[in-house]
Write a new protein. Structure first.
Ligand SMILES: Nc1ncnc2c1ncn2[C@@H]1O[C@H](COP(=O)(O)OP(=O)(O)O)[C@@H](O)[C@H]1O
Ligand SMILES: [Mg+2]
Ligand SMILES: [Zn+2]
Length: 231
């Protein structure tokens, strides 16, 4: 299971503690009731939620290009009514072209869930499949019980070792169904629309019908932002 605890995560949290608590202009780290302690706690939970380093500071306000206006509006309204959507188990299906901030903005929503005090977990479909094979029930238990689950790049076809396909498929199916029945929100990103997703994996058709019933669909359009990145 990929859990927190690498040196980079420790370094990240050490730097965050210095910046947020030790350098707090209000309490200089001396008042446990100061909001700075809550802010740091959110950082610890981002690491535990396995939010990748690149997306740990994700926020809607950072993305300002016009192509993202509409998805941002939809996500802002989802965040505004987070308690209500959480109660109904309504998740998000973020779909569209590559490099249009689907993963980034999905993580921004996940971080808001952490701020609301909910538990959350980030994984990609590929890692999820690997971990299901490696850690069996323990990983499935976690997938089922974290309040918000984000599975990135759901549209990729997974190709686990031949005789594991049926097993992975049944675990994924069980997890998604149990989550929906227990009104636990799922956030998915995908470069495929629902019809295409239905054909991508053995469990695609069932997942597509679950998306229709339990997730708000948010479309991302526009040019690939990765093309504009200069290194
Ligand atoms: N509309 C946008 N405005 C600014 N930066 C963007 C935008 N879309 C994507 N990016 C940047 O491009 C990179 C890829 O975004 P990502 O969320 O990983 O894309 P996707 O998951 O849609 O393929 C990230 O560094 C992100 O910050
Ligand atoms: Mg992505
Ligand atoms: Zn403080």
């Amino acid at each position: 299971m990929t859990l927190a605890g690498s040196n980079t995560d420790v370094d990240y949290l050490t730097a965050e503690k210095r910046q947020i608590i030790d350098a707090c202009p209000k309490c200089h780290g001396l008042d446990f009731d100061c909001p700075c302690y809550h802010e740091y706690d959110v950082e610890v939970r981002k690491v535990r939620a396995c939010i990748p380093m690149k997306y740990r500071k994700a926020a809607l306000s950072v993305i300002t290009s016009p192509q993202s206006e509409k998805p941002k509006e939809q996500l802002a309204s989802y965040i505004k009514s987070m308690t209500k959507y959480r109660k109904h188990g309504t998740g998000l299906y973020l779909w569209g072209a590559e490099g249009t901030a689907k993963t980034y903005l999905g993580c921004a929503v996940l971080i808001e869930a952490l701020r609301h005090g909910y538990s959350a977990y980030f994984t990609t479909l590929t890692d999820c499949v690997d971990n299901i094979i490696r850690s069996r029930d323990a990983f499935a238990y976690m997938l089922q019980n974290t309040t918000y689950l984000m599975i990135d790049d759901m549209g990729y076809a997974y190709r686990p070792i031949r005789d594991e396909v049926a097993y992975v498929d049944s675990v994924l199916d069980k997890v998604v169904r149990a989550r929906c029945n227990n009104l636990m929100p799922i956030i998915l990103t995908s470069h495929k629309n629902i019809t295409e997703l239905a054909l991508a994996n053995p469990s695609g058709a069932r997942i597509a019908s679950i998306i229709k019933e339990h997730m708000k669909r948010v479309q991302f359009t526009g040019p690939n932002f990765r093309d504009t990145i200069k290194l």
